[in-house]
Ligand binder design. Structure first.
Ligand code: PCA
Length: 205
C-alpha cells in the first residue's frame, strides 16, 4: 500500500502551481519504507470526479494527500473539512462553471480529514515550518478533490487516511513581494513530514 500525493496543475492566470511541482518532485521517493506516488491533477471538476476514485481504488494507498495553491496564504495550511458543494464564480480549465451543485448526490454534507491534522501542525512547527489549520477548503476544485477522495474511501470502505493541504505561492510567483511565499524546498520538506506523521498514525490504527 503506497502513499498517493495529488497536486493540481496551473489554472486561471497562474503559469505554475507549486502543488504540481511538489507532486512531481516527491514522486518515486520513499518515506518510512513506503513508496510515494505523486500525480498531477487537471483543474477540472469532471476529471477529478471521474479519475480520483479510480486512482484510489487502483492503488488503495495508506495515505492520500491532495495539494493545491491558495493565493495569499502565508504558511502551509492543513484543511480540516470538505463540503459537498461546487460553487465558484470562475470556470474550471474545461470551461465548466458550477453553481450550488452537490459533488455527489448520494454523499453526506461534509467529511472531516482523517489525517492527524493537529499532529502534522505540531511536527511542522517543531521543524520550523510555519503551518496552520483551515476550516474551509473553499468551494472550488481543492474542496472537490478532498471531498471526492473522502467520498471514495467512505463508499468503498478503503482504509486510506485522506486529507488536503493548501500551499502558498512560490517566491517566483510574487517577485514584487506583494504576496507571501515559501521556497520549494521548505514545501517539499513539509509534505514529507506530513506523510511521515500520517504513516505513523496509520500504523497505530
Ligand atoms: N487551487 C484551487 C484549485 C486548484 C488549486 O491549486 C483551489 O483552492 O480550489
Amino acid at each position: 500500500m503506497p502513499v498517493l500525493i495529488a497536486g493540481f496543475e496551473p489554472f486561471g492566470s497562474y503559469k505554475i502551481n507549486p502543488a504540481a511541482i511538489i507532486a512531481e518532485e516527491i514522486n518515486g521517493s520513499v518515506v518510512m519504507g513506503e513508496n510515494i506516488i505523486g500525480k498531477t491533477v487537471p483543474v477540472s471538476y469532471r476529471w477529478v470526479k471521474k479519475n480520483i476514485p479510480k486512482m484510489l481504488i487502483e492503488h488503495n494507498p495508506k495515505i492520500f494527500i491532495g495539494l493545491g495553491l491558495s493565493r495569499g496564504r502565508p504558511c502551509i495550511v492543513v484543511e480540516r473539512v470538505a463540503i459537498n458543494i461546487m460553487d465558484y464564480d470562475k470556470p474550471d480549465m474545461e470551461g465548466y462553471k458550477a453553481t450550488d451543485e452537490p459533488i455527489f448526490e448520494d454523499g453526506p454534507v461534509a467529511f472531516f480529514s482523517t489525517l492527524p491534522i493537529k499532529d502534522i501542525i505540531q511536527a511542522l512547527r517543531e521543524n520550523k515550518i510555519p503551518a496552520s489549520i483551515s476550516n474551509s477548503a473553499g468551494t472550488f476544485l481543492c474542496n472537490t478533490l478532498m471531498y471526492t477522495a473522502s467520498y471514495t474511501t467512505w463508499k468503498y470502505r478503503l482504509k486510506t487516511l485522506c486529507g488536503f493541504i493548501h500551499l502558498p505561492f512560490l517566491p517566483e510567483q510574487t517577485l514584487d513581494g506583494s504576496q507571501p511565499s515559501m521556497s520549494k524546498e521548505l514545501m517539499l520538506n513539509a509534505i514529507r513530514i506530513a506523510v511521515e506523521i500520517s504513516l505513523k498514525h496509520f500504523s497505530k490504527l
